[in-house]
Design a protein around this ligand. Structure first.
Ligand SMILES: [Fe+2]
Length: 233
């Protein structure tokens, strides 16, 4: 039995407040070294932390370790703000990567719904590994995270419109997930594996505290479509 956080128990995901602080220059994610690695569509990944510090997108289990205690790669020097963001959260991170997702249509995205393998080799009693997202560049209001409790059951689906600066945490070993990104430019996001522990619990609680009650959030943001919308069909 792994430790899981109460904050994720109801839905398996939480939308946090937008990241605060100075804007991260787009050069940080556009200048990274990307590897051809397909996951959730037509994707490339830039590892910022890997199992060994090498440029490696594989699961940490290939190196005999669970998805934590990540080691910074050479990409870390190119993206000090992204590294600072992860360090600032302060928890035990595993894979840290920027995803570059090329545009697709909705049907293609849905075919790419998948579960992640976050907890292989994670010892019983340790914290369940979940993932955070920091959206860097997308098509605001049109790029959408699609989450399902059951892969082939749209009635279990939630759609979360994305915008740059958005932060989320998702138990991606529990929820089927994919991003549908219509383009035309690629979508970039920072994805980090985290061990569930007190640090991550406090970070999520702190970041959540700034989000007005969902439902009123869109109105408070002047009509900007930022609220997570549960779409039960
Ligand atoms: Fe995934």
């Amino acid at each position: 039995m792994h430790r899981k956080l109460d904050i994720l128990a109801p839905k398996g995901y939480v939308v946090l407040s937008d990241r605060r602080g100075p804007a991260i220059p787009s050069a940080e994610w556009e200048s990274l070294d990307y590897m051809d690695w397909k996951s959730g569509g037509d994707t490339n990944f830039a590892p910022l932390a890997s199992a060994t510090g090498e440029m490696d997108c594989r699961g940490f289990w290939d190196h005999g370790k669970p998805d934590k205690d990540g080691v910074w790669t050479s990409n870390g020097k190119i993206a000090p703000s992204l590294v600072g963001y992860v360090r600032g959260i302060g928890g035990n991170f595993g894979r840290v990567r920027v995803i570059k997702l090329n545009p697709s249509d909705e049907a293609t995205a849905l075919r790419n719904l998948h579960l992640d393998d976050n907890n292989r080799l994670n010892p019983d009693g340790d914290g369940w590994v979940v993932r955070s997202w920091l959206e860097l560049d997308n098509t605001p209001g049109q790029s959408v995270f699609i989450l399902r409790e059951e892969k082939d059951d749209p009635s279990t689906e939630t759609r979360i419109p994305l915008h740059p600066g958005m932060q989320m945490v998702i138990d991606t070993e529990r929820l089927w997930h994919v991003v549908w990104h219509p383009g035309p430019r690629p979508r970039y996001a920072l994805i980090t594996s985290w061990e569930s522990d007190d640090i991550i619990d406090r970070w999520m609680t702190r970041e959540l505290a700034d989000v007005p009650a969902q439902g009123s959030r869109a109105a408070m943001a002047g009509g900007r479509k930022v609220a997570a919308t549960a779409r039960k069909r």
